[in-house]
Structure formats: structure tokens, C-alpha cells
Design a protein around this ligand. Structure first.
Ligand SMILES: [Zn+2]
Length: 402
């Protein structure tokens, strides 16, 4: 299933809703989304102001969301009561909707259950041998076991390009793996690329919040990323945009092609595979994470080379795409902490002169390694937070028609 975030076009269509029933359904979605996006930390009166609602309308909408077990209000603990009444904050209902989110990396997976507001609890995880069977069967079984009546969708981040649920992970040898066929579940399954989902997470809850044009790079075994325009990731015509690791930013003198099939890929110089390769070790197969982390901690020439190549590539991307901020997640956070000077020197050298007086900052992710998991959660909630999603929840819960 295609990952389809709320878009301005969709919002405009909804604004044009003609019947009062449509308008009410639209307002319910907008309010529930605002509660979710704010991390369930805005008070009832703040939300009323944010959404420019009349107080009476907000009160009716909150009442209807609460009656549907979509939210519950609780008093703010440290706030002063207004005229003797506690300040109320709408948040997740104890029996409310949940989504499952999973991060499928090259060597392990992790599964979480998530609530409105973005809170999540890790249910479990497992290492795997890199084959689709060993990676996906146990994950799908764990997801099936966790799919209670409250679960309205599953978001899955995978470490490779995704076309309509079909996944390639070149350095694992995965080609045309049909991920949904492994999942026998009755709720929507949304499969997305991990680096892009990490960028979505940064835009919603991290370093790129409020940034109009943001570039996010997620560095794990290979680098990947996404360009975010007003928080929306650029998907490309086949859904596979953002494979920045496979731009020919590495020297042609490297005498082997990238595992993706192209020559001179940036992936040959940046990321865990590049650290292993620089140390003369075999790279690929999703093996060697712990070893790559030890090489990174050693601060040796392999780290300096990774840092220079990162700075060069970021400069090329900034010259081409003109973002306001560049955020880094995954291994990029530690690389930035250890070798910021090397990264920034190569970055400035590679920038066009007119950009050098005010280069976009390179900033570490504020979500750390949880980015792909949080982005997977957001993709599943995006699919649910629609008028039809909320209506289906009502019917499922036996509340009947609005
Ligand atoms: Zn490549």
C-alpha cells in the first residue's frame, strides 16, 4: 500500500466539503490530528486556538471524539486551575486506536505498539540472517500476535527502496521481495523506506519540525534520505526517490561496482559498509554492525575518510536541492559528534561560493535511532487519520453511524 500523508491538495478538497456532515467529519480529523501531532501535550483551549475553532464547536468535537473512545481528557498536573476547573489535555484513550510500527534493518527487527500522541512501547525484536524468510516470517508472526481489536494499521520501515510493497535490498541480495505476502493481517500494512521514514519522523517530531525545505540523511550500512517540502517527503514517480547513497559521489578509481549494480556510488565511502571496506573487511550481507561501530569509536583514518566523503556528498546535495537544514540520523549522529571538523571542511569546500556565507546547518537528529520506527508509526496513523478511517473505527467499535 502506498504511503500517503495528508497533503495540502487533500486538505483543500476537504475544505471544500459541502455538507455539514462532511465538515464535521473533516473537523474531527483535524482535531484528532492536532492532538496526535502535538504529542498530546496541548490543552483543550490551546487546540481551540490553534485550529481557529469556536469554543462551543471545539467542545462538541472533543466530546464526540471522547465518546468514540478516540481520546480521553486528563487534567494537567502542574497547571493552575482556571476558575476552579482543572486545565484539560486531550490524549490517548485507554481503549483507543493503536498502530503497530516495525523497523526492519539488515540484521534485526524491532516491533512497537503506538498510541495517539506518538507514545510507543517496544514489544520485542529479533536478530535475523538477512534472508527474506528469516527476517519477515518471525516479524509477521509477532505483528499478527500483537494485532488486537484496537490496532488500526501497521507501518513497516525497510532498509531499501520500496515500490508498492515490493522491496529490494541490494546488499542483502533481496530483489522484488513482496513484503505484504508475508503478512496475513486484516488491517492496512504500509511499507516504506527507512531513511525516508526517518526524515518524516524528524519533520513531525524532531529536528526538521517547522523547516520548509529540509534534507534528511539516515546513515546505517548505507546512506539514504529524503527531501521534505513542508514536512512531506518527495516520493518520486515510482516511490523510490532519495537513494542518495547511489549517486556517483565516490571516486571511479574504486575497482568494484556497488552492490546496487551502479559504479562509483557514495555508499562505497559513507556508512557502516564503507567503514568495513576501508578496514579491508568484506562488506555487505547486513553483517558487521558491531565491528563497524568499533571502527567508528576508534577515530582512525576510516572515520576521517567517511567524514570527508559525507561532507562532500552533503555539499553536492545542498548545491542541488537548496535545503534550509540538513539533519543526520543513524550512524550520522555519532560521525558528526566525532568528526564534525572534517565533515564541515569538506562540506564548505564543496559548496558553491555564494552558499558559503550562510550554509545550511548540518544538525544531528533529535530522535536518534528511533527515527525509522517513529516514521513507520506516522505512516500508519496518516492512513487512519481520515474521515473514512474514523468512520471505520466507529463501525468496528459498534458506535454506529455518525
Ligand atoms: Zn549503489
Amino acid at each position: 500500500m502506498e504511503y500517503a500523508p495528508a497533503t495540502p491538495e487533500r486538505t483543500e478538497r476537504l475544505d471544500a466539503a459541502r455538507t455539514s456532515g462532511d465538515l464535521r467529519a473533516h473537523n474531527r480529523v483535524q482535531l484528532l490530528r492536532a492532538i496526535h501531532d502535538s504529542g498530546a501535550r496541548r490543552t483543550r483551549s490551546q487546540l481551540t486556538h490553534d485550529l481557529d475553532l469556536a469554543r462551543g464547536t471545539a467542545s462538541v468535537l472533543i466530546g464526540s471524539l471522547a465518546a468514540d473512545a478516540l481520546i480521553a481528557e486528563s487534567p494537567v498536573e502542574d497547571a493552575r486551575p482556571v476558575r476552579g476547573r482543572p486545565t484539560l489535555v486531550p490524549g490517548p484513550h485507554p481503549d483507543g486506536p493503536q498502530v503497530l510500527a516495525a523497523d526492519l534493518r539488515e540484521d534485526a527487527w524491532e516491533l512497537a505498539v503506538c498510541s495517539i500522541g506518538g507514545g510507543y512501547e517496544i514489544l520485542g525484536g529479533q536478530a535475523h540472517d538477512g534472508t527474506p524468510e528469516e527476517a519477515l516470517r518471525p516479524l509477521a508472526a509477532a505483528a499478527r500476535a500483537a494485532t488486537s481489536g484496537r490496532v488500526v494499521g501497521i507501518g513497516l520501515a525497510v532498509a531499501g527502496p520500496v515500490r508498492d510493497g515490493v522491496v529490494d535490498i541490494s546488499h542483502l541480495g533481496w530483489q522484488d521481495v513482496r513484503v505484504p505476502e508475508f503478512f496475513d493481517v486484516s488491517v492496512p500494512l504500509i511499507v516504506g523506506n527507512d531513511a525516508r521514514l526517518a526524515g518524516v519522523a524528524e519533520a513531525r517530531r524532531g529536528r526538521l519540525q517547522g523547516v520548509a525545505v529540509g534534507l534528511h540523511l539516515h546513515i546505517d550500512f548505507d546512506p539514504g534520505g529524503t527531501l521534505l517540502l513542508d514536512g512531506r517527503p518527495m516520493a518520486g514517480s515510482s516511490g523510490t526517490a532519495g537513494e542518495f547513497g547511489h549517486m556517483p559521489l565516490a571516486s571511479r578509481s574504486l575497482d568494484e561496482p556497488c552492490l546496487c549494480g551502479a559504479w562509483g556510488c557514495w555508499s562505497l565511502r559513507v556508512g557502516a559498509n564503507a567503514l568495513l571496506r576501508h578496514a579491508g573487511l568484506a562488506a555487505g550481507g547486513g553483517r558487521g554492525r558491531a565491528l563497524a561501530e568499533r571502527i567508528l569509536a576508534s577515530d582512525g583514518e576510516a572515520v576521517a575518510e567517511n567524514a570527508r566523503a559525507l561532507g562532500e556528498g552533503v555539499a553536492a546535495l545542498v548545491n542541488a536541492l537548496d535545503p534550509g537544514v540538513v539533519s543526520l540520523s543513524g550512524m550520522g549522529v555519532e560521525l558528526l559528534a566525532r568528526a564534525r571538523d572534517e565533515i564541515e571542511a569538506a562540506y564548505l569546500d564543496g559548496l558553491m561560493a555564494f552558499r558559503r556565507s550562510a550554509p545550511p546547518p548540518i544538525a544531528p537528529s533529535s530522535l536518534g535511532r528511533a527515527g525509522p520506527l517513529i516514521g513507520a508509526m506516522e505512516s500508519a496513523f496518516d492512513a487512519f487519520l481520515t474521515p473514512s478511517g474514523l468512520q471505520a473505527w466507529r463501525e468496528l467499535r459498534g458506535f454506529g453511524l455518525v
